[in-house]
Structure formats: C-alpha cells, structure tokens
Design a protein around this ligand. Structure first.
Ligand code: ATP
Length: 220
C-alpha cells in the first residue's frame, strides 16, 4: 500500500461522506467534520476521528489540528458562503492541497480566485463520463485531462484484432498513445511494440480529443 496520508473531510453530505469512507477504507487517516451531530455520529465507524464543528470557525479548525494536515476536502453544499470561507481559512493555515466541491459556476470562479487546489463538480464530471460512454459503444470510460486532452478506454474491434502495436501505428497515424492494454483480469501497463491486440481487449488511449475521435471512428 502507498504511504498512509492524513485527510480532513469537511461537510459530510453524500459526496463528502463517500470520499471519507473510501479514503478510510484505503487505509488513510481521515478526520471527518460536519456541523450536524447525527451525521458525524454515522461516520464514526468509517473515519479515524469524527468531529462536530462549524467549518467557518477558525479557532475550532485550529483546535482540531487542521494545520497539520496535508490534504483537506471541502464538500459543504447548500450555501456557498461557508464553503468559500472554510477554503480560505484552510489555505491561510497552510494546507497544501485543498480540494473543494463546487455548487455552480459562480462558486467555481470564487474558489479558483482564492486558491483552491482542485475544484470538483461531481455531477458535471460524471455526466461527461457517462455521455461519452453513451456516445459510442466502443468507449468504456472517459477521463478528461484538460479542455483538449483526455484518456479513454476503448474496446478493440475485429478490424484491429491480431495486429501488433507497430502494425497499428496509432501514434503516427492518429497522434494518440496507447498507455495500457487490459485483457480479462490482466493489465499490461507498458505495452511493447510487438505486443498483439485482440478483439475485446481494452485499450487505454491518451491524446487530443479530436485525435482519439479520429482513431475511434476511422482506425478501429
Ligand atoms: P451532496 O450532493 O454530496 O449530498 P450537497 O451539496 O447536497 O451534497 P449537503 O447535503 O448540503 O450538500 O451536505 C453538506 C454537508 O455540509 C451537510 O452535512 C451539512 O451539515 C454540512 N455543512 C453545511 N454547512 C456547514 C458548516 N458551516 N460547517 C460544517 N458543516 C457544514
């Protein structure tokens, strides 16, 4: 397992509580914080510590030792003001990575300005992944790296089956890189030029969105 890290998850709605549970299950130390006592109680067995606190109370955050954390996830919904204030306080305390869930575009813009290290829009991000999966039966999963680049999992078709990576020459023809090839339970994370691709393999492809689309539509 990777090194154990310390995370603070603030705001334990559906998103925050699931992040908390998953990090804890991965073996990390997780401090779960929410203003609602019954929510905090329900997270006790799924976190290292669970505390009732108002996320905008600087003294409270300090007394919980938040300044010693390297990561904080702010997932306060409802009103954007406490989320913004809490983010600001955490950055002022020197927490290196503060990831915040944004409610809407105004919230997103403010969070960007005050130095949130990553702004998450779960519904939007998930909707995009799902839309891309619906768009093409070849797409298994879709991850956006930036406005222009993405990583996509594509199912190898009959058309490209029984070819080596050299024969397919995806990089030269389409400017995309095949990062990995999944076959049943095995994942080949450093595919070699002479490795064969077979129908049903899952190709993990990185590249410019237009190039991936070209490969998907014309190359396979
Ligand atoms: P989700 O979709 O993840 O459920 P949501 O946007 O609907 O998120 P809420 O369900 O409102 O968000 O969850 C936000 C949580 O943040 C709630 O449990 C609420 O008690 C908590 N919260 C709101 N304001 C504060 C605050 N100032 N300090 C601490 N916790 C807060």
């Amino acid at each position: 397992m990777l090194k154990r890290k310390q995370f603070a998850v603030i705001g334990l709605g559906r998103f925050g509580s699931n992040v908390c549970k998953e990090l804890y299950q991965l073996g990390h130390e997780v401090l779960a914080i929410d203003a609602n006592e019954s929510i905090v109680d329900s997270l006790k067995e799924f976190s290292s510590h669970a505390a009732v606190a108002n996320a905008t109370d600087e003294r409270m955050l300090k007394s919980l030792g938040l300044r010693n954390f390297d990561f904080a996830i702010v997932a306060i919904g409802e009103h954007i003001q406490p989320s913004i204030l809490c983010t600001l306080l955490l950055k002022e305390m020197g927490i290196k990575q503060v990831w915040v869930k944004a409610q809407n575009i105004q919230h997103f813009k403010v969070l960007e300005k005050i130095g949130a290290d990553r702004i998450i829009q779960p519904e939007k991000e998930m909707a995009m992944r799902i839309a891309h999966q619906l768009d093409s039966e070849k797409i298994i999963d879709y991850i956006e790296l930036s406005k222009e680049y993405s990583i996509v999992e594509l199912v190898a078709t009959k058309k490209i089956s029984n070819n080596t990576l050299v024969q397919l020459d995806v990089r030269k023809k389409y400017g995309c890189t095949i990062l990995a090839v999944k076959r049943r339970d095995e994942v080949n994370i450093s595919p070699l030029p002479n490795d064969f691709i077979y129908q049903g393999d899952i190709l993990v492809v990185m590249g410019h969105k237009n190039d991936i689309k070209r490969f998907e539509n014309r190359g396979m």
